[in-house]
Design a protein around this ligand. Structure first.
Ligand code: 5AD
Length: 354
């Protein structure tokens, strides 16, 4: 424990460790180590964001996807997936409901659906921006060309989430079919950053074939790429994928990694993800207590919520639903935090703005 404590303190001071040190930190996981990491993480998060928790209204715009990722429930080969795509009107209506509930960030997330052309998206984004100029628009629509990203940015999109999934090429290839490439993923992330998006990367904890070395690389990547946001959650099995007999990832390890990421970047926007809330009923609260500061309730039309199933039993009703934002507020207050109605951009100073 002494060694792990030293490593955590070193990380807290330098915001950087070597790959080997990250490996030691991960292998040295213990309940005690996690508690210490969480205490340091919370200290950092409080300095930058106080007790504020940001909320994002998640609109799942389409579960049509041209990709066939081995882990994902909406992969194109899954014939049991009941496909849908929202219209512009559906999306605007979800945003309207979300705005009334206090959301000031809308996240349009979806599979790589060829129907979502630049023309369509530019129209939706510019409409949202003119209706809700005080809101941030986040996109999570996978890999697109640089030109496409540029058009979406020019239309008014502020942020883009594209998980890198794994920072090790060999591991990436074990999770994806041959027509998908690690290099293109990284190229997309680079383009998004250069175009001026606030960018989020991220990875699954406990994805099939993942090693401690892989996770260490993920942490090093987060350190070096310095994203504005980072989405991590446990890998969760989906029955209709080639990985249907692979075990889900560890809840405890995910919490520990959330704390470590907070130490790498005190200013990062770090969600307690839906996957975390799915694997454990207290997942979101425990995520916040480990250092997360963002929650993304589901704002999709009720009729499609059960269809955006990336993994089995995905939480999308009850307290995961945007309509339950009052329950969310209460559960955050119960642990000493406050859900705020603001865009919740990343702090650029590292301190609470007076
Ligand atoms: N378990 C957990 N997370 C998953 N994702 C996709 N499938 C799963 C799964 N089975 C994550 C991926 C993707 C994001 C939208 O959801 O990291 O980038």
């Amino acid at each position: 424990m002494k060694k792990i404590k030293n490593l955590l303190e070193k990380l807290n001071k330098n915001r950087s460790l070597t790959l080997l040190e990250y490996e030691q930190l991960i292998s040295g996981y213990s309940k005690e180590a996690a508690e210490y990491a969480a205490a340091l993480a919370v200290e950092n998060r409080k300095r930058v964001y106080g007790t504020d928790i940001y909320i994002r209204g998640l609109i799942e715009v389409s579960n049509v996807c041209k990709n066939d990722c081995y882990y994902c429930g909406i992969r194109c080969s899954n014939k049991n997936c009941d496909r849908y795509r929202l219209t512009k009107e559906d999306i605007l209506l979800s945003a309207k409901e979300g705005y009334a509930l206090g959301f000031r960030t809308f996240v349009m997330q979806g599979g790589e659906d060829p129907h979502f052309t630049d023309e369509f998206l530019v129209d939706v984004i510019s409409s949202l921006k003119s209706l809700y100029p005080d809101c941030a628009i986040t996109l999570s629509l996978g890999e697109r060309s640089r030109e496409s990203y540029k058009a979406l940015k020019n239309a008014g999109a502020d942020r883009y989430l594209l998980r890198h999934e794994t920072a090790e090429k060999e591991h990436y290839q074990k999770l994806h079919p041959e027509n998908m490439s690690y290099d293109n993923r990284m190229e997309c992330l680079k383009n998004l950053k250069e175009l001026g998006f606030q960018v989020g990367c991220g990875f699954m904890v406990g994805s099939p074939y993942q090693t401690v070395q892989n996770l260490a690389k993920d942490l090093k990547f987060v350190e070096e790429f310095a994203p504005d946001m980072c989405g991590i959650g446990p890998y969760l099995t989906h029955k209709d994928t080639p990985f249907n007999n692979m075990p889900s990832g560890s809840f405890e390890l995910t919490l520990y990694l959330l704390s470590i990421i907070r130490l790498i970047s005190p200013e990062i926007l770090l969600p307690a993800t839906t996957a975390l809330g799915t694997i454990n009923p207290k997942g979101r609260e425990l995520g916040i207590l480990a250092g997360a500061n963002v929650i993304m309730p589901n704002l999709s039309p009720m009729s499609v919520r059960q269809k955006y199933m990336l993994y089995d039993n995905k939480a999308c009703i009850g307290d995961e639903a945007a309509e339950s934002v009052n329950n969310l507020k209460r559960s955050m207050e119960a642990i000493g935090y406050t859900v705020v109605t603001s865009r919740g951009d990343r702090s650029l100073t590292g301190f609470i703005t007076p």
